[in-house]
Design a protein around this ligand. Sequence first.
Ligand code: SAM
Ligand code: FES
Length: 345
Amino acid sequence: MKELIDKLYETQELERSELLLILNNFNADMSEYLFDKARFVSKKHFGNSIYTRGLIEFTNFCKNDCYYCGISRSNPNADRYRLSMEEILSCCETGYELGFRTFVLQGGEDGYYSEDKVVEIIKGIKSAYPDCAITLSIGERSYEAYKRFFEAGADRYLLRHETATDEHYNKLHPAELSLSERKQCLYNLKEIGFQVGTGFMVGSPFQTMENIAEDLLFLKEFKPHMIGIGPFIPHKDTRFLNEKQGSLDLTLLLIAILRLMNPKALIPATTALGTIDKNGREMGIMAGANVVMPNLSPVSVRKKYSLYDNKICTGEEAAECRFCLQNRMQKIGYELVVDRGDYKE
Ligand code: SAM
Ligand code: FES
């Protein structure tokens, strides 16, 4: 097993069968060995700096019906909201003062935010904060729409592929959504010039180790600038309410493998990881992650952006979130930095 990890460290890749060997046989000893190597690689490229992104969850309306998601359109219990341009700018103002230099605008697929509206929001933020990066995470849109967003000043785009196996994709989504469309969006975003992030949930219903190996191989081939993975966590109003949540150990193992396969990628320790274990984000950093994404949404809407149950940081002020993470990172020997945190070749 150690030989395989050494090979991964030295060559940044493994065959499918070798990945499966690791996935099917990992244990605590081996994980420690892997985490040490992943942390070494992360430190080599990023030192002890942790990049931050201020997450603004600006709408929980969604036209899609992803079976796992708490804000999917068929959930009648979701208390829907939208943030106005002024509210979004006010989140950015607070965020800027706190030291954020990247804002992530995330939301359901909400037609209310037409191409024109999104362009207006991007331009509004860019003119007020020209030294900040804007990341969009608003789902699937046309090539032309993505191009307009890029030309308006958006820098990055997050769109998880969710799973790289068609059959599995179809068990998590209704028929109108397809993996090929999702991938096409990712290729379009890259061609247009965005720094692109993709990723998947760990332990989503029906997921097998073969599916995960496929995800790792897809990520290797696609070469995203950012890779977001987090455990699946059931939401009470979805069909998956009684499914098991994703495992902490497997998520950490995958963060470390992804770091060795993609040494320079920006990899967050996600909120979902912090939700399944109170030290989840710290453990994510110790396994090779180098980004955190504190919540900058107004406190009044945080509980409403409920993708899964028991989400953390739904009560605190933006400042508390940043300071809390700053303390948490300092305790494990890392520093939150004031920096856009762009991908570097
Ligand atoms: N609508 C945009 C999109 O589809 O990319 C962005 C918002 S979407 C809610 C963001 C991510 O949340 C999804 O890509 C998915 O991986 C994650 N997510 C949704 N439901 C989840 C759950 N129950 N547990 C963990 N992650 C979840
Ligand atoms: Fe929000 Fe800790 S990150 S309270």
